[in-house]
Design a binder for this molecule. Structure first.
Ligand code: BDR
Ligand code: CA
Length: 332
């Protein structure tokens, strides 16, 4: 099992990252930290706790730590249009949760403990802005070398979703994104928009997840994730005119870790990537843009250093892992 720590801002698609982190048997989830992003920190944290409740996670078994409230330098931005004002649209969570924020230590201390306990094995999976991870390496620079991979959903090469140049997670805290990219470089597995837009939740996928007429596919857990997807699908159609289904970005940062850990002789994961030095622009009109060196998006230009930039995965296999995680969640 891959020991992972999930840093997230739930978030409709972060909800799917949480599902995989908890129920895909290939991962061992050590803890969660939350960050500002899709909604204010209090809300993203509440959503993480509420999801653990909905997924029947016994309070205290997976600790949730509250991270940063705002970006390093810029003012916060939220994504109500895409995720609703509460961060997870289409679902109303109860005001009180059984799972509670862990207060035995700060998120930085908790991450430090997890890293020292799983030295050289632990992988960080980041599906929100990178503020928390930037702070981690500035407070404990020595921990950097003890982390195996940092798998990040963020950025886009010649592609943006907030501006024509920039993707939301990088645009919201570009300084943190640049710090993390520079600090981890060749340990980074980046899941940019270029990859996530190739794995959309089509209507067929959504119907595989939930069908109220099929007793095997009509559980409350399935309905919850279906409702989240439908909200997201409508938001994508409204804002971007994308009607074939929404890209469900964040769980792909988990899936993209698998080929790095498992040998994949059958190419089951279908993972393709470019390897490049990467820079995140921190100012001006192109703030948050991910700029790659050498050959831009030319897959035929091979580099043996820099960030792994995911280009595509086996989409069926990916949705299969989401559905298997849903099945595992129903058994608990
Ligand atoms: C990313 O931005 C957020 O709105 C999503 O949760 C995802 O992490 C996509 O650009
Ligand atoms: Ca997110």
């Amino acid at each position: 099992k891959i020991p992972i720590w999930l840093d997230c801002d739930p978030g409709n698609d972060d909800a799917f990252a949480i599902l995989l982190a908890l129920f895909d048997p290939r991962f061992d989830l050590l803890g969660i930290s939350t960050v500002h992003g899709n909604a204010p920190l209090d809300m993203t944290t509440h959503n993480a706790l509420a999801l653990l409740d909905m997924l029947n996670i016994k309070p205290g078994t997976i600790k949730v730590y509250k991270g940063s409230e705002k970006p390093l330098i810029n003012p916060p931005k939220y994504a109500a249009e895409m995720h609703g004002h509460t961060g997870i649209g289409g679902v109303i969570f109860p005001e009180h949760t059984k799972n509670q924020v862990a207060e035995d230590m700060t998120y930085l201390e908790a991450l430090k403990h997890a890293i020292l306990n799983y030295e050289n094995e632990i992988c960080l999976v980041c599906t929100g802005t990178l503020t928390n991870i930037s702070k981690l390496i500035s407070v404990y620079p020595e921990l950097k070398d003890k982390i195996k991979y940092v798998s990040i959903m963020g950025g886009g090469i010649n592609m943006g979703n907030v501006t024509p140049f920039a993707e939301f997670n990088f645009h919201t805290d570009p300084h943190a994104a640049q710090d993390v990219v520079k600090a981890f470089s060749s340990k980074i597995i980046l899941t940019p928009l270029n990859l996530t837009h190739k794995a959309v939740a089509t209507e067929e996928v959504r119907n595989r997840i939930y069908d109220r007429k099929d007793p095997k596919r009509s559980s409350g857990t399935r309905k919850l994730f279906y409702d989240i997807l439908n909200f997201f699908a409508n938001a994508y159609a409204k804002k971007y005119g994308i009607t074939g289904g929404p890209p469900v970005h964040d769980p792909l940062a988990l899936f993209s870790l698998l080929p790095f850990i498992d040998s994949d002789p059958e190419n089951e994961y279908g993972y393709k990537y470019l390897r490049r030095k990467l820079n995140i622009l921190t100012k001006g009109e192109r703030e948050g843009e991910s700029v790659v060196a050498n050959g831009n998006y030319d897959m035929s230009v091979e580099e043996d250093d820099g960030v792994y930039i995911g280009d595509s995965v086996n989409v069926d296999e990916f949705w299969g892992s989401v559905i298997q995680s849903l099945e595992a969640a129903e058994i608990i």
